[in-house]
Design a protein around this ligand. Structure first.
Ligand SMILES: Cc1cc2nc3c(=O)[nH]c(=O)nc-3n(C[C@H](O)[C@H](O)[C@H](O)COP(=O)(O)OP(=O)(O)OC[C@H]3O[C@@H](n4cnc5c(N)ncnc54)[C@H](O)[C@@H]3O)c2cc1C
Length: 276
């Protein structure tokens, strides 16, 4: 059962900030609610005020900025990404990762931004966005600030967002348009369970290989860049093992996770899991 709470649906960015300021710690941003409402029902979270960001029309847009970067607004759902032809053509790893999230019904509500703001180590969009060198556009009382997504995750379910701030969009670099990239995930049950582990890999036009690993540490992990002209598999696998600290839980043992990470890295380096 859900307890009673206040609900606000501001129509502008400024109104959202003002509402957050008025209620302080009592308020929480609501996007699709696929994480937050579950936590409220389970009494893991108990905000007294929900501030729905879906009332700002621009937040539902997928756009290209003047420098050719892809902008994904705060209310864009995972299904919007799966079905967007521009993303499928030029950043297919985003559609691939989004399609692994929950079920069709969940993806119709779940936003990409909510997925990273929830900051689960297993968040499927995190790895794909990390290997595309994306950044997070944050609305604050003093205007926008933008940070690399690798600085956004600071702990289990913890982000670097400060009081009265929220994420208005994600910027994906044009430099990664048409980059070769792939995503592999293992999970016990499709549609009802978070991943046991996931790995994303990109080969940028600048000659770097980026690899991100999920469900194997307190945050999604981005490994240091590798040189794509001189792939040293042993070094990549050793670096991956040094940077993860998987745990044993109901989804798998730490040994199984370490094994999966190595298998997935090898497969991705061989072009498996790539959408084109
Ligand atoms: C059955 C089921 C299966 C699932 N399977 C998967 C899966 O396979 N993979 C996966 O990664 N996830 C999965 N999830 C989790 C969930 O669907 C995703 O994390 C989803 O993308 C969260 O987005 P949302 O819009 O629903 O966020 P919400 O639930 O609305 O919000 C999540 C959190 O982020 C905060 N937040 C949201 N938007 C913003 C913003 N713009 N600025 C600041 N804070 C914000 C909220 O305050 C809240 O703390 C599953 C969930 C369910 C219920």
């Amino acid at each position: 059962m859900l307890y009673s709470f206040s609900y606000y649906k501001p129509k502008s960015e400024i109104e959202i900030i003002e509402t957050l300021k008025s209620f302080g710690d009592d308020a929480k941003i609501l996007a699709g609610g696929t994480d937050l409402l579950v936590y409220m029902k389970q009494q893991i979270a108990d905000p007294k005020v929900l501030v729905d960001i879906k009332g700002v029309p621009d937040f539902s847009k997928i756009e290209i900025d003047s420098s050719g970067n892809l902008i994904i607004g705060a209310a864009v759902t995972c299904n919007d990404v799966v079905e967007n032809q521009y993303i499928r053509n030029h950043y297919p790893i985003l559609a691939t990762a989004a399609k692994t999230i929950g079920s069709y019904q969940i993806r119709n509500r779940a936003t990409v931004v909510g997925n990273i703001c929830n900051a689960s180590p297993a968040a499927d969009m995190a790895g794909a966005l990390l290997v595309l060198d994306s950044s997070v556009i944050i609305a604050t009382e003093k205007g926008n600030r933008e940070i690399p997504i690798k600085q956004f995750f600071v702990g289990v379910k913890k982000t670097s967002l400060q009081q009265n701030e929220f994420v208005k969009a994600i910027r994906v670099r044009a430099e990664y348009k048409d980059a070769e990239a792939g995503y592999l995930k293992a999970s016990r049950i499709k549609g009802h369970d978070l991943g046991t582990c996931n790995v994303a890999l990109s080969r940028g036009k600048n000659g770097t290989v980026k690899i991100a690993i999920g469900s194997c540490n307190i945050t999604p992990v981005l490994l240091p860049d590798f040189d794509s002209t001189n792939i040293d598999l042993a070094n990549i696998l050793t670096t991956a093992m040094k940077n993860i600290k998987p745990i044993d839980d109901l989804r798998g043992s730490k040994e199984y996770r370490k094994h999966l990470v190595q298998v997935f890295i090898k497969r991705l380096l061989n072009g498996k899991g790539h959408s084109h």
